[in-house]
Every structure is written in structure tokens, then in C-alpha cells.
Design a protein around this ligand. Structure first.
Ligand code: AHR
Length: 525
């Protein structure tokens, strides 16, 4: 018995050695680190990064407005004037600069008069875009109260698809006029004496699709007509936004810019990242391998090319870059979880989403000269959300943490970089292994956000500066053991930022060891 056991231990050890030897050549071909260089050009400061690149989007869809934000004054969930305290407190940490509402597709079926006055008298209407019935308990006053709580600018998306210029014009007067007029007095009688400031107003949403199935030539004229009736009252100054195209729909941008650029302050662009690129089978939010990790990041990176090409068209008609490119819907979109209401667009959020957020925000920063606004879709419980709720419980997603880490870029000056990094290859597909952006704030601090897309290898980066030196570096890193790591109500801190200590500053050289599949944000003083 004893000698038999000894024999089997020996056999097992021999087997282990044989296995390890068999895998050695593979390990040698795929070392656990790769080298990159980064030059930071402090001597060539770029455009100011508009804080609105860090904007959010809240549509009447699924459990975003009702439950995610609004629980009502009588709810046992602690709230302030009906808005849940836990969610608002978490959002305040993000310094949300701007909030878009009420849609999306819902905007083109929304009639603002349904959402004012005593709540028990407001009509219940079917939500034709996303299903269910909307009680209209959350309307103009509730939305603008939320914006004030968050310190966020309001971006209202007007109804073109099923609304009139008169309805749009009246809504703006109701919200922004200080006159002794019927609509301003109606607002006062509904409890708001002072007018609100509304800095952004859009004329329809996706007017090529759910917003009216229009041709660009037709919408250009519709836009010009409606935009004429967006009036400035009592010192309010509205930036007028036209509904733009999607992905590589360059013709939409060409026609809108040719025919209506003079009447607009911004033109939108929508881009969603689908792991497979196919709407009929997008891919799972949590069940994926390295191949789908790679294909998702490859697709997320495409927004760079789309922004460049839409911007080039805009440059032809607007070389001074007066009109902003507003990426007012972006983010990941997965298949709905089995057993969930498909119309609710609820999805889990993993480390992969954090990487997509880091990449996308870096790209927006790099295009700060033309991109003046971006709104992730969407804020709570819908698509690539910051926060998930389950009745009274909340969990912060990996994407939330990226927005919290990146808030330092808001309003800072873009600092150009020169990055030399190898590709991250999988099969026939390749993406740059690193994605970086950098900015300098008013106090002279430099912020560097570095994303390592490689799922298995650490990036060893040698960084040099021209035009400045720093004495001190600190940072945070967001990563996890698995590419599909998630936060749940039971384990809310599985993916959360940790202090970053793998940065060494010696004279004018900084060396960084950026872990595989991570987002790192550094501050240099
Ligand atoms: O964000 C979800 C939907 O996606 C929006 O309502 C619409 O504008 C887009 O197609």
C-alpha cells in the first residue's frame, strides 16, 4: 500500500514535469510583458476637453427613470423629492456635467404637457418605443430638479417625429421665460418661480429611423424649420443640435452640413459597440472568451475612424469648427439576459465595459477640437450603465469607476502624445495593445489615462516628457482576475479601483508597468 502510494506520487510528478516542458515553447513565444514608448508633448498643448464629453443619457426606457432614478416621495427607499438618494449620491461623485433626456426614440413620442402639474392628474400613456405604460410622474420639473441636484447642464431632446414647432416653442418658453406670460405663469403655478437655464436642445432623434424615417434632404429642411422656433428667453442661450447619422453614415453628415450648418450649433453621431457586429445576435454581456473580448475592443476602436471621417466632412463646410460633433449615444449593446424583458435593455457590465469606456473616452479627448459632447447610453439599468439597481439595492459598475477615474480630464487641456506600442493580435485580427490620452488641468497637474487592451500581457512603458518635468506621481488601477469579472449585489466590489504603485519617476523619465486588461489613471505634479 505504502510503496504503491509512493509510486503514484512519483508518476504524478513526472507527468507534471512532462506537461510543463510541453508548454514551455508556448510560454517562450508569448512572454508575459511587452515594451512600449510614450512621448508626452507638454510643449504643444491642444484643445480644451469640453467637460460635456463626460455626459450621460437618461431615457424613459426599462427601469432607468422609474426605479433607477425616480421612486416617488412616498417610497420606503430614501429619496429627496422622489429622486432616490443612493443613486444621486453615487452620480454626484462622477461630476456629471450634462444629462440628456427624455430619449432616444422616446423623445419623438413625448408630449411635455403630459409631464407637468399635479402628478395624480397626469395621463398614463403607453411607451410605444419600449413597452409598458408611462405614468408621467417624472416630467420636466423632476428632470430639471435632478439636473440641479447633480450640478449638471440640461440637454433636452425635442419631439419632431410626432410633435409640432409650436409644441417645441411652447416647451422652451415654459422652461426658460421670466416674462409675465401664460406659459411662464403656468410654470410658476406648478411650483417653479425662477426659469431654468436650458443650454442644449435637439431637434429630434435618429430622424433617419425611429424619429421619423426621413431622408437627409427632407430632414435638413425640417430641421431648419423647427430650429427657427427655438427661441432664447430671459438671457437663456440655447445651442441647437441637429439629429445626426450613425456609424459610417457619412452621407447624412454631408447633406446636413451642406444644407443646414448655418442653423446648427451641433450635429450628433450615434455609435454602439456590439461584440459580433450583428444586431440579430449581438453577444452576451458576461459569457465570452478572449476572442469576443478582442472583437468587442476592435469594434469599440472604430469610433476613432468614424469621428475622423465625419469631422473631415464637417471641416469642408465649417473649417472654423464652430459646429460641434456631439456623440450623444455611445456604449456597448449586448443581447438581453435570458428571462428579462427584452424591451428593457438591461445588461450586466464587466471589466470589458470598463475597457470600452476607457478607450472611448480617450478617443473623445483626442478629438476635443471637434467633439464637444458625448453621452454614454445610458445612466442607470439600461445598456452600458453606471449603476444597476434591484428595488432598494444598488451596485456600481466597472464603467462607473472609469467615469470616476477619468473625471480629471473634464475641462482640462489636451496634451498630445506619441505612442509606440505593439499590436495585440488574436487569430487574423489585430488592435493596438495600448490606448492613451493625456491632459493638463488649470493647476498644472498632468493626467494620463492608459488602457492595456491585452488580456494576458503587462505593458512596460518608457515615458518621456518635452516641455516640463514633474516631481511626484500617483494613480489608480482598475482590473480584475477575469476578462468577464462583474460587480453583483452580493459582491459589489469585485471590480473596483486600487492604488497604483507600478509607476517610477526618475528625472524626466517615467516607467510604467500597466497590468494586462486594465485601466490606469495617473496624476503627475
Ligand atoms: O439607447 C437606446 C436607443 O438606441 C435610443 O432610444 C435610440 O436613439 C437608439 O437607437
Amino acid at each position: 500500500m505504502h510503496s504503491q502510494r509512493k509510486f503514484s506520487i512519483c508518476t504524478a510528478m513526472l507527468l507534471l514535469v512532462a506537461l510543463a516542458t510541453a508548454f514551455l515553447p508556448i510560454r517562450a513565444q508569448t512572454p508575459s510583458t511587452y515594451q512600449a514608448t510614450l512621448a508626452i508633448r507638454l510643449d504643444q498643448p491642444g484643445a480644451v476637453i469640453n467637460r460635456n464629453l463626460y455626459g450621460q443619457f437618461a431615457e424613459h426606457l426599462g427601469r432607468l427613470i422609474y426605479e433607477g432614478l425616480w421612486v416617488g416621495e412616498g417610497s420606503p427607499i430614501p429619496n429627496t423629492r422622489g429622486l432616490r438618494n443612493d443613486v444621486v449620491a453615487a452620480l454626484k461623485e462622477l461630476h456629471v456635467p450634462l444629462l440628456r433626456w427624455p430619449g432616444g426614440c422616446f423623445a419623438d413620442e413625448y408630449h411635455w404637457r403630459d409631464g407637468i402639474g399635479p402628478r395624480d392628474k397626469r395621463p398614463r400613456r403607453p411607451n410605444a418605443s419600449w413597452g409598458g405604460v408611462d405614468t408621467n410622474a417624472f416630467g420636466t420639473h423632476e428632470f430639471l430638479d435632478l439636473c440641479e441636484m447633480l450640478g449638471a447642464d440640461a440637454y433636452i431632446n425635442g419631439n419632431v417625429g410626432s410633435g409640432t414647432p409650436q409644441e417645441m416653442m411652447d416647451w422652451i418658453e415654459y422652461m426658460t421665460s421670466d416674462a409675465d406670460s401664460e406659459l411662464a405663469n403656468l410654470r410658476r403655478s406648478n411650483g417653479r418661480e425662477k426659469p431654468w437655464k436650458i443650454p442644449y436642445f435637439a431637434v429630434g432623434n435618429e430622424t433617419w429611423g425611429c424619429g421619423g424615417n426621413m431622408r437627409p434632404e427632407y430632414y435638413a429642411d425640417v430641421y431648419r424649420r423647427y430650429a427657427t422656433f427655438i427661441k432664447n428667453h430671459s438671457g437663456n442661450r440655447i445651442q441647437k443640435l441637429a439629429a445626426g447619422g450613425y456609424d459610417n453614415n457619412y452621407n447624412w453628415t454631408e447633406v446636413l452640413m451642406a444644407q443646414a450648418a448655418k442653423q446648427m450649433d451641433g450635429l450628433s453621431l450615434h455609435y454602439y459597440t456590439l461584440p459580433t457586429g450583428k444586431w440579430e445576435k449581438k453577444g452576451s454581456a458576461t459569457q465570452f472568451d478572449e476572442k469576443e473580448w478582442h472583437s468587442t475592443l476592435l469594434r469599440a476602436l472604430r469610433i476613432d475612424e468614424y469621428i475622423q471621417k465625419h469631422s473631415a466632412i464637417m471641416d469642408k463646410y465649417d473649417p472654423e469648427k464652430r459646429v460641434g460633433l456631439m456623440v450623444d449615444e455611445w456604449g456597448t449593446w449586448y443581447d438581453s439576459e435570458p428571462g428579462r424583458d427584452m424591451g428593457a435593455l438591461y445588461q450586466q457590465n464587466s471589466l470589458r465595459d470598463a475597457i470600452v469606456a476607457g478607450i472611448s473616452l480617450n478617443i473623445f479627448n483626442q478629438h476635443a477640437d471637434r467633439v464637444r459632447m458625448a453621452n454614454i447610453a445610458q445612466m442607470v439599468n439600461v445598456l452600458q450603465a453606471m449603476i444597476l439597481t434591484d428595488k432598494d439595492k444598488v451596485v456600481l459598475t466597472p464603467t462607473y469607476h472609469v467615469f470616476r477615474m477619468y473625471r480629471v480630464h473634464q475641462g482640462a487641456t489636451l496634451i498630445p502624445i506619441e505612442l509606440k506600442s505593439p499590436e495585440y493580435k488574436l487569430g487574423d485580427a489585430a488592435v493596438p495593445a495600448l490606448n492613451v490620452s493625456s491632459s493638463r488641468d488649470a493647476e498644472g497637474r498632468l493626467h494620463l489615462s492608459v488602457v492595456n487592451l491585452n488580456a494576458t500581457r503587462t505593458a512596460e512603458i518608457t515615458t518621456t516628457f518635452s516641455g516640463g518635468t514633474f516631481k511626484n506621481v500617483t494613480g489608480e488601477v482598475l482590473t480584475a482576475g477575469a476578462v468577464n469579472a462583474i460587480n453583483t449585489f452580493d459582491q459589489p466590489n469585485a471590480v473596483r479601483p486600487q492604488p497604483f504603485s507600478a509607476a517610477k519617476l526618475q528625472g524626466s523619465q517615467l516607467t510604467l508597468s500597466i497590468p494586462a486588461k486594465s485601466v490606469v489613471v495617473l496624476e503627475l505634479k
